[in-house]
Write a protein that binds this ligand. Sequence first.
Ligand code: PLP
Ligand code: COI
Length: 356
Amino acid sequence: MEIGVRTAPEKPVDTAPRKLPALLGFGKYFADKMFRMRWTEELGWHEAEIVPYGPLQLDPAAKVLHYGQEIFEGHKAYRWADGRIALFRPDQNAVRLNRSATRMCMPEIPSDVQLDAVLALVRQCADWVPEDPSTLYIRPTLIGIEPTLGVRAANEYLYYVILSPVGPYFPNGFSPIRVWVEGKYVRAADGGTGAAKTGGNYAGSLFAQSIAKEKGYEQVLWLDAHEHRYVEEIGAMNIAFVIEGKIVTSPLLGSILPGITRDAVLTLARERGDGGLEQRLAIDELIDGIRTGRVTEAFGIGTAAVITPVGALHWEGAEYSIQGGQVGPVAKEYYKTLTDIQFGRQVDRWGWMRHI
Ligand code: PLP
Ligand code: COI
């Protein structure tokens, strides 16, 4: 499909980073350009353009503002030591956006169109890609904008991509977080929208997240909606445990987000003989495993979180320390491997990195 945005040529750019605040935090600053494109039933995807970053003009009746017809993606661009800039598995984000689109009754965007849009934008904003260890977070977003109040799918959509130079997602960087295992509230149920990257999943998680925060925990670990027993994922990342030396994570049964970083970690773990198993994990058995030493580590996995060690789990009134609250060797090793691949310090044998 011709969308009118020049496809990024396959040659390295050599654009020095602009001066950015020393403490970037996460998602506080934005590049000065954005990509946008509209969809209507008559024209399909059209009006693709890169424009100055700025507020959107939306009708107050736009469907997204009332019924939450919204999906998004999250991935990153990395500045390599040689000045080149590369994205981690952007093709997979395009595929996942389309899966979310189908679930939320929104029009798909051909993957090559998404990829061209993102590459063209990052190329134009190359000076916004900060130096290692910071990164440029890419946030493609799709919203239903038809201005009518009937509860049905919109017949007009806006896709846009914004960019944010970011530091670590958690203020303390690569250090263990404390996690509240949620026994009452749930994030997603069988047949729900948990596997789609849609804003409502996050809005629905805020209440439990605020309770956890009050109790001194940074994140919530969600359990399945049926039995409140099986581990699903952490607020903004997947979770894995090291059980008798093997990396084990929850299977993709429809209620958790199929993380692209999760998939990379499973691939690496299987290659290295470190497990990479997908198994339902009951919280009572995990707690028992922590007590008896069978479970030695837990860590979150995601784009924003990279690998985030879990130092303590709170469950049913008690706190269980993992690795004495320190970073474990497996989390450390996988954090290093992933970031080495992402920043071009290790050969990318998997074809995961895509240069702009
Ligand atoms: N689970 C949730 C709920 C997330 O928001 C994310 C982040 O995108 C992930 C898992 C990890 O997915 P990915 O590795 O694709 O970033
Ligand atoms: C990501 O890691 O890309 C995420 O989407 C997490 C985000 C919700 C902050």
